[in-house]
Ligand binder design. Structure first.
Ligand code: PFF
Length: 454
């Protein structure tokens, strides 16, 4: 490879799995179930699926186009494609969103480490459902333990980023994603076999449209952006490493299908289990940290060795799924500091890690000893989640639609989607229609509605 030439993922499958590794994470297994629970179940899922198809897919292809065409990380991509304009702020905005998300995401990622240790030391054995609730409460509100795990998780991410992510991300994604998938399927089977599981299934599959309000639309849209890693340039940064043979439409579709499948399967694990042990589905961020240990005990209670093995494996995989996502989030900010300010990669990564530790510490404490400090009725953790997922990401998505749909020359999009004319692509017209009209109008309407203007 010549000096200065940009590194690429080694294969098309590797590119898909790396992007899917970024998309599949805590958003699917932790956030999707509790957002679904908070917003009333099946009707939310239907609206979510519509958001994935009509907003998520075109915006993902658009981000891929920006990344591969500019061959630059997101912080610089808009500068390269629209030199001398204000579009550069869209790149900076994405970097800021990714940085803030990494701060509070790492708090939850750290919780998975505590749960690995609990599982390894048989801490789940013989606990009652009430004891699991209390155990989670006292851990998440402890002033020190979650902070230690937060730092450990960010240091692990930092270490991989400094070493250079490419080989690590691509290779580990190829191994981890299939294992994650098999484990999820087994857990779905266990959860569905629990007593009262059908109530959970009904909650997931029988839509109750009387619960649908503007909040549900905003929630579904925010979840789609968060889960697909859209709106912060993460996927456009990864796309700058795509080879010229990688098919953008096909890759986006594969990532969308994998991500949605994992989220729905996570719902099929959590809700039957939650109803079975009598936990409310709207328990919020604590949902999976209370229901899952319960599932393991109840489903395999008669065979302690199995309960042990599954608990350990599940939390290890949850941590690894989170890790492939934190790596991608970290990469956006690190690559930005490196490319924009000429800092070394190591120095850039140190700055990002330190900043995220600071944000993570405040987020974590806002769930415990700093609970009384709120802004707009929300603690810092909830506020960050709300502002990033429900405002910053969709807003950035809206601007990406305008940039690629209206500003960028159509020939650029066509060349990228057809790999320079080599690939026949049947959905160009539909893609452009969704990108130019449907997605921006839908995002704008959901915002306006939420602000109470209509
Ligand atoms: N999509 C990840 C998840 O669902 O857990 C979270 C995430 C990763 C969001 C990377 C944004 C991002 F850029």
């Amino acid at each position: 490879m010549q000096k200065g030439e940009r590194v690429n993922f080694g294969s098309k499958v590797g590119a898909i799995l790396a992007a899917a590794g970024s998309a599949v994470g805590l958003g699917n297994i932790w956030r999707f179930p509790y957002e679904t629970g908070n917003h009333g179940g099946a009707a939310f899922i239907l609206i979510y699926l519509a958001c994935v198809l009509m907003l998520g897919m075109p915006i993902m292809i658009a981000e891929f186009t920006v990344g591969r065409h500019s061959k630059a990380s997101t912080g610089r991509a808009y500068k390269v494609l629209a030199a001398g304009t204000h579009w550069k702020w869209l790149g900076y905005w994405g970097v800021l969103a990714g940085f803030l998300i990494l701060g509070y995401y790492s708090v939850v990622a750290g919780w998975t480490l505590e749960y690995i240790i609990e599982a390894v030391t048989s801490g789940f054995a013989n606990k009652t459902p009430e004891e699991f609730v209390e155990a989670f409460r006292s851990f998440s509100q402890n002033p020190v333990r979650p902070l230690v795990w937060l730092v450990v998780f960010l240091l692990a991410t930092h270490f991989i980023i400094v070493k250079g992510v490419k080989d690590g991300i691509e290779k580990s994604s190829k191994v981890l994603m299939p294992i994650l998938f098999v484990l999820i399927l087994v857990l779905v089977g266990c959860s569905l076999s629990l007593p009262n599981a059908e109530k959970g299934l009904e909650f997931l599959l029988k839509p109750d449209f009387s619960k649908v309000d503007s909040d549900v639309f905003l929630g579904a849209m925010g979840q789609a952006f968060f889960s697909l890693s859209l709106g912060m340039g993460c996927l456009s940064t990864y796309a700058s490493y795509f080879g010229k043979e990688t098919r953008l439409g096909h890759t986006a579709f594969s990532v969308g299908v994998i991500d949605t499948f994992v989220a729905v399967l996570a719902g099929l694990i959590i809700f039957p289990a939650a109803f079975s042990v009598g936990i409310q589905p709207d328990a919020g961020p604590s949902l999976i940290f209370i229901t899952l240990p319960n599932v393991f005990q109840q489903a395999f209670g008669g065979v302690p060795a199995l309960a042990y093995v599954f608990s350990v494996m599940f939390y290890v995989l949850l941590a690894l799924a989170a890790l492939t996502s934190t790596i991608s989030l970290h990469e956006v900010s690190t690559a930005f500091l490196h490319e924009e300010f000429g800092l070394t990669r190591g120095r850039s990564a140190r700055l990002v890690t330190s900043g995220c530790i600071a944000i993570g510490v405040v987020s974590s404490l806002s769930l415990g000893s700093m609970q009384e400090y709120t802004l707009f009725g929300k603690g810092f953790f909830d506020l960050l989640d709300f502002v990033t997922a429900k405002i910053m990401l969709p807003l950035s998505g809206l601007l990406v639609c305008i940039f690629v749909g209206w500003y960028l020359k159509r020939s650029v999009s066509y060349a990228e989607l057809t790999n320079g004319g080599k690939q026949k692509v049947g959905f160009l017209g539909l893609y452009m229609f969704l990108l130019r009209y449907v997605a921006p109008i839908a995002i704008a309407l959901i915002f306006i509605n939420e602000l109470g203007l209509i």
